[in-house]
Design a binder for this molecule. Structure first.
Ligand code: NAD
Length: 323
């Protein structure tokens, strides 16, 4: 199979490309290298099963010609990361809405199956009570005037658009709601907490915990997420469906900071930073967000295999290899 992977130079996309080529498929990556980096694809350069196209998902004619040239589309390109969304709200919103619309429209025109990367952010602050979020759970989002929620809004509209393309035009779509996915190649400077902590711990600089540190998260190893994506792409039962992909082990950010410091034998201190200083005044964060992963377990038999220890050690190994 030949896949178009938008955002293939990014964290998740590049790992998916590696896995597709490793199993004998070929990939064409479309990426504008805004948050992705070309060296994420170094191991594929020179491979006849790999091609890289520098360009944007906002270029509708480029997207259309690439979609026409492949068997299937995996859409990972997006404006991501809290800092990106808050710093460039308009550009981010347009990328995440119009870009996905371009991909869906071309996929529909050419009859190509498409997998869309969505996000647990669509749930907003739902799940703060600690109840696991399933695919049917209601969303709780703040004002549309707050840039902080625009990523959630865009991804939710992307999902609706994809499902309506499926229902009205018969487009084979698959939707994946990634919960915090972490691992090698993810960078800390866009606001992703695990690589930010690991990088600080390795450098011996303070780990900055935003807010009280009592907010909790669940982290999924990238190799588990990639396994889920490949199994979903191969599964006819996944067509027209949305799946949570994440790990349901929960840890507070304060405990995570302590674990990173102790596991890596770091001398770093842990500092508490108010949300207002870390982001913008009035920033709203959710206290908890736990995925219910029973649907994907039932439909394709997937479950995460990697815990936090291997996440931290794999990120640290990667980070050390970069210096
Ligand atoms: N990593 C996570 O925990 C997580 C969680 C939920 C959802 N997701 C979703 O998964 C997908 C991949 O995220 P990631 O973590 O790998 O982030 P990433 O920033 O590493 O990857 C996004 C890629 O999209 C590219 N891109 C951005 N705008 C583009 C444009 N206009 N045209 C072409 N390429 C463009 C970037 O250069 C980058 O390579 C995104 O859709 C994201 O919303 C990720």
């Amino acid at each position: 199979m030949k896949y178009l992977v938008t955002g293939g130079a990014g964290f998740i996309g590049s790992h998916v490309c590696d896995a597709l080529v490793a199993r004998g498929d070929s990939v064409v990556v479309l990426d504008n290298l805004s948050t992705g980096v070309s060296h994420n694809l170094d191991s594929l350069v020179g491979n006849s099963a790999f091609d890289f196209i520098s360009g944007s998902i906002l270029d509708a004619s480029l997207v259309d010609s690439l979609v026409a040239s492949v068997d299937s589309v995996l859409h990972f390109a997006a404006a991501v990361g809290v800092f990106t969304i808050v710093d460039k709200p308009l550009e981010s919103l347009i990328t995440n809405l119009r870009g996905t619309e371009n991909v869906l429209e071309s996929a529909s025109k050419h009859g190509k199956p498409v997998l869309i990367a969505s996000s647990s952010e669509i749930y907003g602050s739902a799940g703060s009570d600690g109840l696991a979020l399933n695919e049917e759970s209601d969303r709780i989002v703040g004002s549309p005037l707050k840039s902080r929620w625009s990523y959630s809004e865009a991804k939710a509209i992307d999902e609706s658009m994809a499902i309506f393309y499926h229902l009205e035009k018969g487009l084979p779509v698959r939707l994946v709601r990634f919960f915090n996915t972490v691992g090698p190649r993810q960078v800390g400077h866009y606001g992703m907490v695990v690589p930010r902590f690991v990088e600080a711990a390795l450098a011996g600089t303070p780990l900055a915990v935003y807010g009280t540190g009592k907010q909790s998260r669940c982290f999924c190893h990238i190799s588990d997420a990639v396994a889920a994506v490949l199994a979903l792409v191969d599964s006819p039962a996944a067509v027209g469906q949305v799946f949570n992909v994440g790990n349901d082990f929960e840890i507070t950010i304060g405990e995570l900071a302590k674990k990173v410091v102790s596991q890596l034998g770091s001398t770093s201190s842990i500092e508490m930073i108010p949300y207002e200083d870390a982001y913008a005044p009035g920033f709203e964060d959710m206290q908890r967000r736990v995925p219910d992963i029973s649907k994907i377990k039932t439909v394709i038999g997937w479950a995460p295999k990697h815990g936090l220890d291997s996440i931290i050690s794999d990120i640290a190994r990667f980070s050390n290899s970069q210096h």
